[in-house]
Design a protein. Structure first.
Length: 111
């Protein structure tokens, strides 16, 4: 079952071509690794896949029931937040459910 299709994707910054006309797909159960030297475009590719950046050319298509998230390489966190607050402050519905469950358990401990 195809989860992701990338067709003829290209991206450059000025004269620097990060990747040109790359195509690949991911099927259910497959795992991949991005291995390249610094500045080769690994983070840019991930940002394009998550919609945080726009490719110069090409198409990215996810299966309709797929949700994609991305933790930035250098995330910005509120200095006044705890680690657990930073984890839960994503707006992700699944994490919101976990947090509600954890809060409910804490409430039961206080009874």
């Amino acid at each position: 079952m195809n989860y992701l299709s990338v067709e003829s994707l290209s991206k450059s910054y000025g004269p620097k071509q990060l990747f040109d006309n790359i195509s690949f797909g991911l099927n259910q159960g497959q795992r991949i690794a991005l291995i390249a030297k610094n500045g080769a475009g690994k983070s840019t590719l991930l940002k394009i896949l998550t919609g945080k950046e726009i490719a110069d050319a090409g198409n990215v298509t996810f299966r309709k029931d797929i949700t994609v998230t991305y933790l930035d390489q250098n995330p910005l966190f509120d200095e006044n937040s705890t680690v657990i607050e930073a984890i839960y402050n994503t707006g992700n519905p699944a994490l919101n459910a976990v947090r509600a469950y954890e809060d409910a358990l804490e409430g039961l401990k206080r009874l």
